[in-house]
Write a protein that binds this ligand. Structure first.
Ligand code: C2E
Ligand code: CA
Ligand code: CA
Length: 595
């Protein structure tokens, strides 16, 4: 008999079966009552019985066979009938806290007597009384031994935890529920979605996950007064509940709803579901007698066809919603696996790009710029990604990705440093042009970084030209102009690239501290085709000269284009006709490159 785990009369109990101080004290009282073994100051059984009767906690005693020998008033009240003489006391309708039924003779008291040495833990149960009422009980069953260590019976303490259980359940419910619409919320969605997937997997069901978003919701309150937004949300929830019986619906965010609906029951599968939801919102929304202009966009992904796990399913619905919002607001779009593949490819590319910058896979080629007399006046550095598997990747395919992934500063910095180091090594003091992303003007430390590179490489600032585009004026023109002014003050040249394709506002031109204007190659390409491009090219050259800025024509591919440009007084020309972008060693002679 492993007595260390069982209660003994003559010693204080070594087992800590419950954390409740009152429960501990009660145990000792009950022990005294059950066995009148000798003690230094034996308790008076009559007084102890009176104490037990007055206790708000249920106490009952059983003999070794489980027959109840005593139950206090609280125990009788909890159980709902007199139990003295009954076996195991409350075995008729007992359930574990997860709802599974406990057979007679398998209850906590019986277990405690049977495995008298096992560690004693309080057990939470639900008892259904004869009158149908339910009580959540925490039971503390304890076997009792006489001084010789023989099992003589046991006692149980019954704590009514119904109230706290109810509060717990209500709290859990309110945590999971949106107060405005009464729908389960985002927290619930996270918990419920995996349960839906599990159930569908087991039953071989198909369902659609639909994400809905109210377009124009943010401006509703401003335009229609407070309360309008709330009314719309309540109405959306009402229509969804009424129109999609059997579907699970959540309010997953401010103006977002999620629906899970079985597809096997839908006549036309996912399309049928989408059509039904669209029809629910056909009737205009009204508030205060006025029509409220909102539209509801949605994205739908199917389980298991589109995705068989929670994360992918949600991502699929998101992707489809994004498509609906960007192509046709107020429509419901289906998940498109090809787009998903594209997005995954893009993600992979970004990851590889990050690595490519660090491992030196991004290199440069140099394209010469020619003066009117046919001599090389300088070079433009152009980035190339030497991908170990895909081969050379053109900047058109990765610059935008680098910008979107927040990698453009480190990329441009890498190019700038390499180009300056290269140019600084030439004997011929030719200019070097480096492209700078418009995003760089938003970060604020561009000038410092350029200055640091010049210091590090020892390149004369007068030889460096940064190529920018008009789009730097879009977000924060003042900041961009201030940065340009500082760069210019260092002696660095500023070229306005792709001139003619952007806003081409003449008012910008005299605000930019420009040294060079680059006519976009699309005008050069059309020189022989349209009179308009002839007129524009001629005007840009004249404009540049009027402002004291030199003019470069890029994309020169034919001798006719070149002749025209030289005739019009264009200062520099660049293009495949004269020189393609190449490795530095290809132009070693012109550069005066060592080695
Ligand atoms: P861009 O600055 O306008 O560069 C000129 C582009 O035109 C280059 O393409 C060049 O190879 C191409 N090109 C040159 N001559 C001709 C010609 O005669 N005909 C035609 N059709 N094309 C010609 P690339 O190297 O593919 O660069 C594309 C764009 O990528 C560049 O346009 C520039 O905006 C950007 N880029 C390139 N390198 C960098 C860089 O290091 N940083 C940043 N931020 N952007 C870069
Ligand atoms: Ca350029
Ligand atoms: Ca250009």
């Amino acid at each position: 008999m492993p007595q260390a785990c069982a209660a003994k009369v003559s010693e204080s109990r070594p087992v800590d079966a419950g954390d409740h101080a009152a429960v501990q004290a009660l145990r000792r009282v009950a022990e005294g009552l059950a066995l009148a073994a000798p003690r230094p100051a034996p308790p008076d059984p009559a007084r102890l019985a009176a104490v037990l009767e007055a206790l708000p906690i249920g106490v009952y005693l059983v003999d070794r066979d489980g027959f109840v020998t005593y139950a206090n008033a609280a125990a009788t009240g909890l159980i709902g009938r007199p139990v003295a003489g009954a076996r195991w006391c409350i075995t008729d309708r007992l359930f574990a806290s997860d709802g599974t039924a406990i057979a007679p003779g398998e209850g906590p008291m019986a277990q405690a007597l049977r495995g008298a040495g096992a560690p004693l833990e309080p057990v939470e149960t639900i008892m259904e009384r004869e009158d149908g009422g339910r009580v959540a009980l925490r039971q503390h069953p304890t076997p009792l031994f006489d001084a010789a260590g023989t099992l003589v019976g046991g006692f149980n303490l019954l704590e009514d935890i119904s109230a706290s259980k109810q509060i717990e359940a209500r709290l859990a419910l309110s945590n999971r529920r949106d107060g405005l619409t009464g729908l389960p919320n985002r927290l619930a969605l996270g918990q419920d979605l995996s349960a839906h997937i599990q159930a569908a997997e087991q039953d071989g069901q198909r369902f659609g996950l639909l994400r809905l978003d109210i377009e124009g919701f943010k401006s509703l309150n401003d335009a229609f007064g407070p309360g309008c937004g709330d009314a719309v949300l309540v109405e959306v929830a009402r229509r969804l509940k009424a129109g999609l019986p059997g579907a699970a619906i959540w309010r997953s965010g401010g103006d977002e709803f999620v629906v899970v609906a079985r597809l096997d029951q839908e006549r036309n599968g996912a399309t049928g579901l989408a059509e039904r939801v669209v029809s629910l919102f056909r009737t205009p929304f009204c508030h205060g007698g006025r029509a409220v202009p909102i539209a509801i966009s949605g994205g739908l992904a199917r389980f298991p066809e589109d995705a068989a796990d929670e994360t992918r399913l949600a991502a699929g619905a998101n992707q489809a919603l994004h498509l609906a919002k960007t192509t046709e607001r107020g429509s419901i779009r289906m998940f498109d696996p090809r787009k998903q593949a594209l997005a995954e490819e893009q993600r992979a590319l970004r990851q590889q790009l990050r690595l490519a910058i660090d491992t030196g896979q991004i290199g440069m080629v140099y394209q010469p710029l020619f003066a009117k007399d046919g001599s090389i006046a300088g070079f433009e550095a152009l980035a190339r990604w030497r991908h170990p598997v895909k081969g050379e990747i053109a900047p058109a395919d990765f610059i935008a990705e680098a910008e979107a992934a927040g990698l453009i500063a480190s990329l441009d910095n890498h190019i700038l440093r390499s180009a300056c180091r290269e140019a600084a090594s030439w004997r011929n003091r030719l200019s070097i042009s480096v492209n700078i992303s418009p995003l760089e003007f938003l970060t604020g430390d561009l000038t410092e970084r350029v200055e640091a590179v010049l210091l590090e490489t020892g390149l004369d600032p007068e030889r460096l030209e940064l190529e920018i585009t008009e789009s730097i004026m879009v977000s924060d023109a003042e900041k961009a102009l201030a940065a340009l002014g500082r760069l210019r003050a260092l002696g660095i040249g500023i070229a306005l690239d792709d001139f003619g394709t952007g806003y081409s506002s003449l008012s910008y031109l005299h605000r930019f501290p420009l040294t060079t204007l680059k006519i976009d190659r699309s005008f050069v390409a059309r020189l022989g085709e349209t009179l308009e491009s002839v007129a524009i090219t001629r005007a840009v050259i004249q404009l540049g000269h009027a402002l004291g800025i030199r003019v470069v024509a890029e994309g020169v591919e034919t001798p006719e284009q070149l002749d025209f440009l030289i005739q019009e007084g264009c200062d520099l020309t660049q293009g495949y006709l004269l020189g393609r972008p190449g490795q530095a060693q290809d132009y070693a002679g012109a550069m005066g490159r060592p080695g």
